[in-house]
Design a protein. Structure first.
Length: 134
């Protein structure tokens, strides 16, 4: 039921509302105080971590990855590393051809990095398979 309500009856409108009512300060939120730099291998895919290497390699080759790969593979790993959320957001904007800031920013900062302290989601990456970041 939740997926139907969010996707069909207003998920994108909710995300758009978050973006337009909370910007420009929303982009600076960092509720968990994460301050590590984004690892350089996010830009090259040169890592021993197979799941990261494959997702980032696909991203760099095609400019696209499924939202599960985006937010739950690259995003959750960045969260675990304590990467500064704005750097994750800027990486997504740079590498995904379908990333539009008003959709990508709330999904990245709110759902993947929990940088907004729970405005978008009650916990990091609390999402349904039917949602999208791009």
């Amino acid at each position: 039921m939740e997926g139907f309500v969010r996707q069909i009856l207003g998920w994108r409108e909710y995300v758009r509302g978050i973006y337009w009512t909370r910007m420009p300060g929303y982009a600076e939120l960092n509720a968990l105080g994460a301050d590590a730099p984004l690892p350089a291998w996010y830009w090259t895919g040169a890592t021993d971590l197979r799941c990261q290497r494959e997702v980032i390699g696909q991203t760099l080759e095609h400019g696209y990855a499924h939202h599960i790969q985006r937010l739950m593979v690259t995003g959750l790993y960045a969260l675990l590393l304590g990467v500064q959320p704005k750097q994750v957001h800027e990486w997504y904007l740079a590498v995904y051809v379908d990333a539009v800031e008003w959709v990508e920013l709330p999904n990245t900062l709110g759902m993947s990095q929990y940088a907004d302290g729970g405005l978008m989601a009650s916990s990091p990456t609390r999402r349904r398979a039917s949602t999208s970041t791009g």
